[in-house]
Design a protein around this ligand. Sequence first.
Ligand code: SF4
Length: 403
Amino acid sequence: MALTQWQTGGRKVVVSHKPEAITISFTEQELVSYDLAGRYLGSYDHGTNIRRGLDNTYQQRWRVVDGRKYHPRQRVLSEQEAEEHVEDMRIRVRDLLKDKAAVDSHPATAAVLERIWEYSFRKLMASAGTFTRLYGHIPILPPDQYRALVVQMTDGCTYNKCTFCTLYRDKIFRVRTLEDFRRHVSEVLEFIGEGLSYRTSLFLGDANAIAVRTARLLELVEILNGFPVLQPLVKKGGMHAFLDIYTGNKKSVDELRLLKEQGLRRVSLGIESGSAALLEFVHKPGSRADVIDVVRNLKAAGLSVVTIFMVGLGGHDFRAQHLSDSVSLAQELSLSRGDIVYLSHFSPGTNAPYLPIASEAGVRAMTADEIDAETRRWKQVLGEVFGGTGVKVAPYSFQRFIY
Ligand code: SF4
């Protein structure tokens, strides 16, 4: 890492040029980061963060203090707000390039600053158009994979009927042909350019890539392994993917071992709940026994596991059963160091079938604050279950996801 001081307007600015990104600290409370291609990544300004998604969405995040509690808040910036912010930062970067002594002393850093200056808001918008053509949209990743490079072996979800989920409703599930996948990966690499160094692993999209039959999956993975530029990512962070329970039990330990040998490291399971009644209510297939089988096979193959439970699903009516059945299920999964239990904050899209169904059934929804409180309860109980095991228990809100 190169940490250098630059002069602008009589002030010193610290530029940190790391292998994965560049961060410019105008003051201790005001900094901005870019990938090495020059794309804006995000900024921090006196307690407020802004993050940019590759689709050129800008999410602003801050926390509201209420006594001893902190409430996270977020909103999406309007295009005009985003443009003003990005251009303001860009002009400040351009001013750094007037420090000729620093430019001459640090040519590699200066080259990245030049790229940042070239990446105007209009150019970022054009880049977002390419992103959308390549991916459509990426509605969710497990939080440990927010910095993964996503490659879409499949499109959409094999099932698409859970009533609370609208993430892939606009997509018809398909598995890419080998030729199409090779072209997709080439185009993704061309798009991401030097920004690849910011990525920490590979995520095999979309919702259920591991459901693809093993022979085809291995052919697709072989294509990935044929790109030498991706090998550092595979070695460093490995390959990751979602798997839905009702399809996962079709893969044997030997098949999963083959995938592990090719780079698969961790599989994320959207379990949502240990309560059979709640799963039935939200039309999510797969039983408790299926979950136990799938996790046993994954662990026997030497893979790590992410389990995701959805706190607040089923509202007050299912609250107690949801917690106790989910905790008892988690206890049966023989999770160990390297595994993660995520507690996802339930927030259905406005067009989710869950809403009218729950309303008709008289289910009393939990407010966002009640779900936060319930999440703290889950975290405490699961923290006691997994204390000292190396299993991480962490809440997250998919509303804060931005890729
Ligand atoms: S929750 Fe998972 S299985 Fe259900 S519709 Fe959404 S992506 Fe598909």
